[in-house]
Design a protein around this ligand. Structure first.
Ligand code: ADP
Ligand code: ADP
Ligand code: MG
Length: 494
């Protein structure tokens, strides 16, 4: 077994920090990479060493795999962790890392390739007792043929790009009349966005939940699952609030979905931590959607309810260790919630809202975890994902986790940039969420900008007030008043 001694994290922001923290606890040295705009970012300051890799656009910095591998070799790095996004699902990068004699902290190239494409993923799992969404056998090219498949499944259907991801590359088709035009658009979008025009047809599940299973595999053929995450609160087919466990899974369903997920991992000879996503219909039918061959944004909720540090687990199995626990050893303890704090204006259709974090104070106390990668005074950049932080709470049960989330949101102080904390607060209070009776359409069904009324104080004037008080602090005249600007902001929030 090889012991890693120095890991380069080919990523930025909260996930780079997250990975480095576990590495440090394991006595492993860390190397950060950074772009022009990230010179003073927390992940850079935290690392033992840091290397500049290029200008702000990720194509010129964080996505330059060959450069990053070169830098790693020069610094005597023996393992590379890709985080999520960027190069994390790039099989060629994983291969390059291994070819250079280092360990890629993730699955082997084969698994990334197979699961990176939705069609090859379905093909790989079809003999492994994994339920698939009814749909075309493979890619559809001929419109008439595709239409007749759609008709046999029954409308509405979804046309999906095989290479899609991040909620992009999906089109819902309500009826036969619009099929042809939608299919043409889907193909051209897929070609332009993913460089691969392959699309397929899938039944559109009307009121589904998104439930996914965390898996962990070693390279000796052992695979376990670490239960589910409920990720149905989404905007633009992308998750914004996640939790574990899901209120709708019975022990039997959990077992069945866990088994299916383990089978998916086996189908691609998986190694490391991965996520098998399912779409779940009322009544308990579930279908395989895709597998993400990396650490997921929402992995903390699983860590909180299982006590397993997933990054350490990734590193240990990448070193060749055998899994040190069995399925029976794993138990669900309590309940965890995660809110993705995006720099977005929920009232304006979740439009990205960039700016400077004039005030940034994290909530604290029992049952709260904040994974973030920015400090007060820093800018939320237009170049990268607009996620500022992940706010995670955990409690003995769901009720306590929700109450803590509300408390944490009320303690969180962010000014200068509009965030989705107000939206999260709305969700925590909503009857459908509290009762657990919701699906992936929560936002369209219930959320309106008016729901935030009383909350939409003028961000710019708040920002200006905060800036003024910051300047006073810097001059040493006055401390930011605890009951000053931010509490006035909160008074307006009810
Ligand atoms: P997760 O799947 O981990 O729950 P997301 O779907 O938000 O979370 O994706 C994780 C990260 O990967 C985000 O930064 C997202 O922008 C990025 N991402 C996922 N798929 C793609 C893709 N096909 N192209 C570009 N970025 C992607
Ligand atoms: P991505 O690669 O972009 O993450 P997924 O296949 O995982 O794509 O789907 C993302 C989201 O889109 C799901 O969580 C769900 O909300 C919705 N979705 C995907 N497929 C279907 C389907 N067949 N029926 C209904 N909703 C779907
Ligand atoms: Mg997905």
């Amino acid at each position: 077994m090889k012991q890693l001694t120095k890991i380069l994290v080919a990523n930025r922001g909260e996930i780079a920090l997250r990975v480095m923290r576990s590495a440090r606890e394991m006595g492993i040295k860390t190397v950060a990479v950074y772009s022009e705009v990230d010179r003073r970012a927390p992940h850079v300051l935290f690392a033992d060493e840091a290397v500049f890799v290029g200008p702000a656009p990720s194509s010129e910095s964080y996505l330059r795999g060959a450069e990053i591998v070169g830098v790693a070799k020069e610094l005597g790095v023996d393992g590379i962790h890709p985080g999520y996004g960027f190069l994390s699902e790039n099989a060629a990068f994983a291969a390059e890392v291994e070819a250079a004699g280092m360990t890629f902290i993730g699955p082997r190239t084969h698994a990334i390739e197979v699961m990176g494409d939705k069609l090859s993923a379905k093909d790989a799992v079809k003999d492994f007792e994994v339920p698939l969404v009814p749909g075309s056998e493979g890619e559809v090219q001929d419109v008439q043929e595709a239409l007749s498949i759609a008709e046999s499944i029954g409308f509405p259907v979804m046309i999906k790009a095989s290479a899609g991801g991040g909620g992009k590359g999906m089109r819902i088709v309500q009826e036969a009349a619009e099929f042809e035009s939608q299919m043409k658009r889907a193909v051209s979008e897929a070609t332009n966005s993913f460089g691969n025009g392959a699309v397929f047809v899938e039944k559109y599940i009307q009121n589904p939940r998104h439930i996914e299973i965390q898996v962990l595999a070693d390279e000796h053929g052992n695979v376990v699952h670490l239960f589910e995450r409920e990720c149905s609160i989404q905007r633009r087919h992308q998750k914004v609030i996640e939790e574990a466990p899901s209120v709708v899974l019975t022990p039997e369903l959990r077992e069945a979905m866990g088994r299916a997920a383990v089978n998916v991992a086996k189908a691609c000879d998986y190694r490391g931590a991965g996520t098998v996503e399912f779409i779940f219909e009322p009544g308990g039918t579930f279908y395989f959607l895709e597998m993400n061959t990396r650490l997921q944004v929402e992995h903390p909720v699983t860590e909180q309810i299982t006590g397993v540090d997933l990054v350490k687990a990734q590193i240990r199995v990448a070193q060749g260790e055998k899994l040190w626990f069995s399925q029976e050893d794993l138990k669900i303890q309590g309940h965890a919630l995660e809110v993705r704090v995006y720099a977005e204006n929920a009232a304006e259709n979740f439009m990205p809202a960039i700016g400077t974090l004039l005030e940034y104070k994290r909530p604290q106390g029992l049952g709260i975890r904040v994974d973030d990668g920015l400090e007060e005074g820093m800018e939320v950049s237009i170049y990268y994902d607009p996620m500022i932080a992940k706010l995670i709470t955990f409690g003995a049960d769901r009720t306590e986790a929700i109450a803590r989330m509300k408390r944490a949101i009320s303690e969180y102080r962010i000014s200068g940039v509009q965030t989705t904390l107000n939206f999260a607060d709305y969700v925590m209070d909503h009857e459908a969420f509290v009762s657990g009776d919701f699906d992936t359409h929560f936002v369209e069904k219930y959320f309106t900008p008016e729901a935030l009324q009383g909350d939409d104080v003028d961000v710019e004037s708040i920002g200006a007030m905060a800036l003024a008080s910051l300047l006073r602090v810097q001059k040493g005249h006055e401390k930011i008043q605890k009951n000053g600007t931010t509490n006035r902001w909160k008074a307006n929030r009810t």
